[in-house]
Ligand binder design. Structure first.
Ligand SMILES: Cc1cc2nc3c(=O)[nH]c(=O)nc-3n(C[C@H](O)[C@H](O)[C@H](O)COP(=O)(O)OP(=O)(O)OC[C@H]3O[C@@H](n4cnc5c(N)ncnc54)[C@H](O)[C@@H]3O)c2cc1C
Length: 395
């Protein structure tokens, strides 16, 4: 424990000394740095902050040093997160590579793949997108049809993917493909990595309610993928796909605590927008909802803490399985509550009469709907809980 206290002090000192003041403020989506060939920093400070964190190994503190990580254990990694949060340090690199692909490659990739891709992820050199969902294969992911035929020295990929976040900006894709159409659906899938600049790939953005188009439809037409892009064994990609989803869901469970711009929290909004009498919110309905929300958030924070301690003690529990569901549903409640508290002030889409916070609140409300869908819908999460936690019979 003493060592961890010392480590915390060192981490705190380092962050205090190195994180520029401008990088200790809430950020907009535009401030995010996503790396890759097309990536650009919004300021010199953002660049400096990223480079310092990268050189320190703290873009991915718990990854091995030989691939650009910090070589730290989970307890130390948690301390870095906490200390960054303490000073409101911005996330220096937003990355599907860091959140999803990297951990999967460290577990399932061969040495050549780790050498080629993992450090490039940490260095922000390559931006990745996720080619899982297809038109008709979302929740039932294993029914995917995009196929890869073995053509001797390469695979020939044909088909399409949908909801591919930032496919139009990504350099590479990690993609699920069907390599054996005759096998049982989970047993004919492989996990392929390939360059988005390969001839035969086309991408069309899809418009969203939030006004931003991050999604794309991605088409593959006779795309030649070198066999070195196969992760793990052919037809055994389903296990890798599932392992990667665990990382994605873990990230999403924690999302509420890392919204791009840390919009006003409901209790603070209440102080600004609601009437009080004798220190109490006069609207009893909103008062009750606010108390429920705060208590729920407190319980979620404690459960996150518990799951971490259980992991450290190698105790198996059901809690991690429910966290994606409760975390994203809580975000939904938070957004609804903020709008209810702000009243008509929370309904502005544009215009100078609304504050930045008010405009962001409505956009985040629209975005919060998607969080209960991405990475597996809430209904699917409930199915998973029913099967694995409650041991209910399956249909
Ligand atoms: C913000 C966001 C980002 C995303 N990014 C990516 C990405 O980068 N790459 C990628 O591949 N995909 C991405 N997706 C897609 C996402 O993985 C799918 O939307 C999700 O898996 C649901 O699939 P679907 O949209 O086809 O819905 P469907 O599977 O068609 O489901 C429709 C509805 O039916 C319900 N339903 C379906 N099956 C069952 C069942 N068995 N029991 C109970 N209810 C059921 C669902 O819960 C849902 O409410 C993203 C989605 C979002 C919202």
């Amino acid at each position: 424990m003493e060592n961890l206290d010392q480590f915390r002090q060192q981490a705190r000192n380092w962050l205090e000394a190195n994180c520029p003041q401008s990088q200790r403020q809430a950020m907009t989506v535009e401030d995010q740095y996503w790396g890759g060939k097309g990536g650009s920093f919004v300021s010199e400070d953002a660049k400096l902050w990223f480079e310092l964190m990268r050189d320190k190994g703290w873009i991915a503190p718990e990854w091995p040093k030989e691939y650009g990580g910090g070589g730290l254990d989970a307890a130390q990694g948690k301390i870095i997160k906490e200390e960054m949060k303490r000073i409101k340090a911005r996330t220096p690199l937003y990355s599907h590579g860091v959140w999803m692909l990297g951990p999967a490659l460290l577990e399932y990739g061969n040495e050549e793949q780790k050498q080629q891709h993992v450090r490039a992820i940490v260095n922000g050199e390559v931006r990745w997108c996720q080619g899982y969902s297809e038109p008709g294969s979302g929740s039932d992911l294993a029914s995917l049809q995009c196929k890869a035929e073995d053509r001797g020295d390469h695979y020939l990929v044909n088909g399409s993917k949908t909801w591919t976040t930032a496919a139009d900006k990504a350099d590479w894709i990690f993609c699920l493909v069907r390599t054996d159409p005759k096998a049982k659906k989970q047993e004919g899938i492989s996990f392929l990595l390939f360059d988005m600049a390969t001839p035969g790939i086309s991408v069309t953005p899809i418009d969203l309610i939030s006004g931003k188009s991050e999604f794309c439809q991605t088409y593959f037409d006779d795309v030649k993928v070198p066999k070195s892009g196969l992760v793990g064994e052919v037809n055994k990609g389903w296990s890798i796909a599932k392992a990667l989803l665990v990382h994605e869901r873990k990230l999403m469970a924690e999302m509420g605590s890392d919204t791009p711009r840390q919009v006003v929290v409901p209790s603070a909004a209440a102080r600004e927008y609601l009437d009080f009498e004798d220190g109490r919110i006069t609207d009893s309905q909103l008062r009750g909802e606010l108390v429920d929300y705060d208590m729920n958030m407190h319980a979620i924070a404690l459960t996150h803490f518990r799951t971490f301690e259980e992991r450290q003690a190698k105790v198996h529990s059901a809690a991690p399985l429910v966290m994606k569901y409760v975390g994203t549903e809580a975000e939904l409640v938070k957004s609804e509550l903020l709008l209810a508290i702000m009243g008509s002030r929370g309904l502005g889409w544009e215009g100078e009469e609304f504050s930045e916070e008010e405009l962001d609140t409505l956009r985040l409300w629209a975005m919060s709907k998607s969080m209960t869908i991405a990475g597996g819908t809430s209904e699917i999460q409930l199915n998973v809980i029913a099967k694995n936690v409650l041991e209910l019979p399956q249909s």
